[in-house]
Write a protein that binds this ligand. Structure first.
Ligand code: IMP
Length: 424
């Protein structure tokens, strides 16, 4: 199928990197459509582990890559990754960056950090990379775009205008140090020299690839429940990771998208604050965290762990129009004699629902209703096909598929690139 979107179906860190890496091998172009360096895709290839935050994962497969208009870009991070891949011998000349993407400026990072501090116990738990403040400026129409770096005069002017306001904000509201025009302008002029050759009309590149019948992969960062519109607001990111974002974030029409694949872990994790109905209570949560290596790629933070939540996944199926599901990290559940799965929520008024609550108070007060499935207590690393999985593991996958009415076509059974089983 020419245009495929891969989207996180939970709260992020579902192992999208590995699934995208697999699909990228058959793709001609790989695009990011939202988010910035707040993401951290981890891909294990042989002895090497890549952690990429800004460039699409397709780079590892030496594919042309697009960073779409819907992304925000920290030029230092992007240049660091370009340098790293070049040193490793990966071609980077086909990394195309949209001129309409917005730049993360130093004040965005400072404001992200200061605002989280100021919120105290009400903080969002952001990755503190300046992503939210950069999107806020985009919406306020005072952002600085990638194409602005092409003209040093415009760039300096825009930095000057922004600083006049941001420095007041930083010093008076947050009690932080101001930024000097000269420092910021000269730093960004240097970045401009390095990035100039990558700045492109990425909407046209994607359109031409699709017209030529090429396989284009749209790689979501973050996930459905972190979506600014559809996630658990305000504990969300500031962009639209859900599949609709792929169209607006790259500049193609929604009718061009052929397939949407959701990626979900066989359990759930969440970083940052916010309600989490199926969060595991007691030491079993630590066990899942240790077995699954659930520590953030970008921040190193411990992730909160919960049992699979089918109410939330059902919602992800709806919001993204999922055609298929990839279920990752099934091996992590191999250590449990029984595996609870959240099938419904009990709401504060005592009623039960299998649909994600539309009202935040219902979601905040939701209690999970579990169905307990048999565990398999066997390692999965010897399985080379889905048919070879232990019967209870197959029953687990069948159960998910039945409840969601979506085919589970890929199953992750380990960290390595090869550990993904295909299922017809
Ligand atoms: P921000 O995107 O840094 O503004 O953070 C907003 C929320 O999204 C916080 O709860 C973060 O922990 C979460 N978040 C952002 N990026 C990721 C990700 O790649 N994986 C999981 N959570 C993320």
């Amino acid at each position: 199928m020419p245009a495929t979107v891969v989207v996180g179906a939970q709260w992020g860190d579902e192992g999208k990197g590995k699934i995208v890496d697999l699909l990228a091998q058959q793709s001609d172009l790989v695009c990011r459509y939202q988010g910035g360096p707040n993401t951290g895709h981890t891909i294990v290839v042989g002895d090497e582990t890549f952690k990429i935050r800004q460039i699409p994962t397709g780079i590892i497969n030496r594919k042309p890559c697009v960073i779409g208009n819907g992304c925000v870009i920290d030029p230092e991070v992007l240049i660091g990754e370009l340098d790293m891949f070049e040193e490793l011998g990966y071609p980077t000349d086909e990394v195309y960056v949209s001129g309409n993407a917005h730049l993360i400026m130093p004040w965005h990072v400072a404001i992200d950090q200061a605002s989280e501090r100021r919120l105290g116990h009400l903080n969002i738990g952001t990755t503190k990379r300046g992503v939210g403040p950069a999107y806020a400026d985009k919406a306020s129409r005072i952002g600085i775009r990638v194409q602005d770096v092409l003209d040093p005069k415009i760039l300096r002017q825009k930095i000057e205008i922004a600083l006049a306001e941001k420095n007041l904000w930083l010093t008076r509201i947050y009690d932080e140090e101001p930024f000097e025009l000269e420092d910021v302008a000269s730093r960004y002029e240097q970045y401009a020299k390095r990035l100039r050759g990558h700045i492109s009309d990425t909407s046209l590149i994607v359109d031409e690839a699709l017209r030529a019948g090429r396989e284009v992969l749209f790689e979501g960062a973050q996930a459905t429940l972190l979506d600014l519109d559809h996630g658990t607001y305000p504990f969300v990111t500031s962009s639209n990771p859900s599949s609709g974002g792929a169209a607006t974030g790259t500049g193609i029409g929604p009718t061009r998208i052929d397939v949407v694949i959701g990626v979900a872990k066989a359990y759930v994790t969440r970083v940052g604050e916010g309600p989490f109905p199926s969060e595991i209570e007691g030491p079993e949560q630590d066990r899942v965290r240790d077995l699954g290596g659930e520590f953030g790629t970008v921040t190193g933070r411990s992730r909160r762990c919960g049992w699979l939540d089918l109410v939330a996944l059902r919602y992800a199926v709806r919001v993204n129009g999922l055609d298929r599901l990839a279920l990752t990290k099934l091996d992590v559940l191999s250590h449990f004699a029984e595996v609870p799965v959240c099938v419904r929520y009990r709401l504060p008024d005592g009623t039960e629902t299998e649909h994600f609550p539309a009202h935040q108070s219902d979601f905040h007060g939701a209690e999970p209703v579990y169905e307990t499935l048999a565990g398999w207590e066997e390692p999965l690393d010897g399985c080379s096909s889905a048919a070879e999985l232990p019967a209870a593991a197959r029953a687990y996958v069948d159960f998910v598929e039945r409840e969601l009415d979506v085919d589970v076509t890929l199953i992750g059974t380990g960290a390595e690139r090869e550990s993904v089983l295909t299922r017809a």
